[in-house]
Design a protein around this ligand. Sequence first.
Ligand code: ANZ
Ligand code: ZN
Length: 598
Amino acid sequence: MQQQYPFKEVEQQAQQFWGAKQSFLAKPESTKPKYYCLSMFPYPSGKLHMGHVRNYTIGDVLSRYHHMKGFNVLQPMGWDAFGLPAENAAIQNKVPPAQWTYDNIAYMRKQLQSLGFAIDWSRELATCQPEYYKWNQWLFLRMLEKGIAYKKTQVVNWDPVDQTVLANEQVIDGRGWRTGALVEKREIPGYYLNITGHAQQLLDDLDKLPGWPERVKTMQANWIGKSVGVRFAFPHAIQNSDGQLIDDGKLWVFTTRADTIMGVTFCAVAAEHPLATHAAQNNPSLQAFIDKCKQGSVMEADMATMEKEGMDTGLTVTHPLTGEQVPVWVGNYVLMTYGEGAVMAVPAHDERDFGFAHKYKLPIKQVISVIDQTFDNSAWQEWYGDKSKGVCIYSGKYNDLNYAQAVDAVAADLAEKDLGGKQTNWRLRDWGISRQRYWGCPIPIIHCESCGSVPVPDDQLPVRLPEDCVPDGSGNPLNKREDFLHCACPSCGKPAKRETDTMDTFVDSSWYYARYASGFSDSAMVDAQTNHWMPVDQYIGGIEHAILHLLYSRFWSKVMRDLGLVNYDEPFANLLTQGMVLNHIFSRRTEKGGIEYF
Ligand code: ANZ
Ligand code: ZN
């Protein structure tokens, strides 16, 4: 027996043996029970780090164990190869993102192979390959046909330095995460996927996942955020300069506490709300306040902790049940993108409204009472906002009703006046997939002056991304690529222009597991083999993907299922979220204020 482990010899011999025997080739025709073991695929950032080694070792141990137990194992590997870091590297080193990416893949593949993992390398894929992303485009077109994908303009976070839209997560303290520039809000057109249409299913089907950590399921449920309440209107006679009623004379709000409707002492609208815009026309200080609000973060976490600020618009609306006039304020804590972008404010029973009313000396009117508790306007107490205890008081005909009874009664009365009714709201927003980025999957749309936005016909897929652009940081280089831009309109044949936005890279990772499990056909997104291997028996990855990646994958699977491409409801039967390997990382603030890592 040798004193030391001569890893060079032993491992090389073992790896040669496995290679010669094709030991890790998955065999779909085998009659053994299948075991699909999947680790989240890496971004080809340059070199493997210890986190990769640890993550992939977990999957490897599980794969080998099941192999030995007589399972037919599939353990594939690939590359999440589109994305921003390649563009940033390109800006720095002046090499095309494609070259940087393919070089990194080659290097990291060698590293992974030298680790001797039991991977079926015959199924390797990279999401930047046209053979792969062709099917992103193809499914997008199917979604477009079904109305699941649609175009709309929306307010987005705009980084004026990078000339790009940022995700909420990329806005830190109101600044772009990379550039440190003050983020602006802008309206631009983009494509959205109607994930909210699947919200109920995405919530319900969490119950079909006993093999997922409770914590992750809770995070998903909170993110989906089902909220049952009442949507109703405060009528008004506010007209715009053309003499037309704004929003048909109705200020709509969404509330989960319709039982407190008799305690309304003001309404608060978002800075982007039409009533705010209207009121600001002859009120420069209100306009200045609105501009300031628009600069702030749209992250909900920030919304919850930030100082509540507001300003009176001078406008009033009519309480739908009492007929009283209610003042309208602009409040920085009201989100334009949730509910109706406006709230009925009940300072006595909502903590945010309470703070706001105190700050601006607005009336506070108790309408819920709890036995043995005394209401005191000067300080907030937990029970004020607790809907599980208490009954209505000072509320006329609703007195003595509990929460559920009062909500029903109020909703019925509002419905009778044709001013509203019960409604379910979702915190989840539709998934905006357009990115003003080069290194991603082109959105297969052609813009024609006569025909508008025309889908690229299937037989012209994939729309290939030119691989030799070198971004210089000033917007999307595709806008300057004449050979990419110009094409014929598929519908009328006249000269037209290609869409230059590319897809969010979360699209790429939303279905790679199904492609691994399929034969790599160029005439089908997936084949019948997929249903043999899927769902993934063990998915392994970082907790940082507990929400977005997993939710998008679940959604994408359901769309594929509805189109008859696959037969499973959920892609990942068991989920293991490994910990993170932490190490001190050196960084510095750049001149522009962003963070640069070494
Ligand atoms: C009056 C009220 C009284 C409320 C009360 C709560 C307690 P969830 O559960 O998250 O759906 N709200 C509605 N739209 C909003 C918006 N665009 N921006 C900020 N806040 C908004 O919360 C619904 C509650 O959040 C609604 O119920 C509304 O405040 C507020 F004692 O209405 B409530
Ligand atoms: Zn045309």
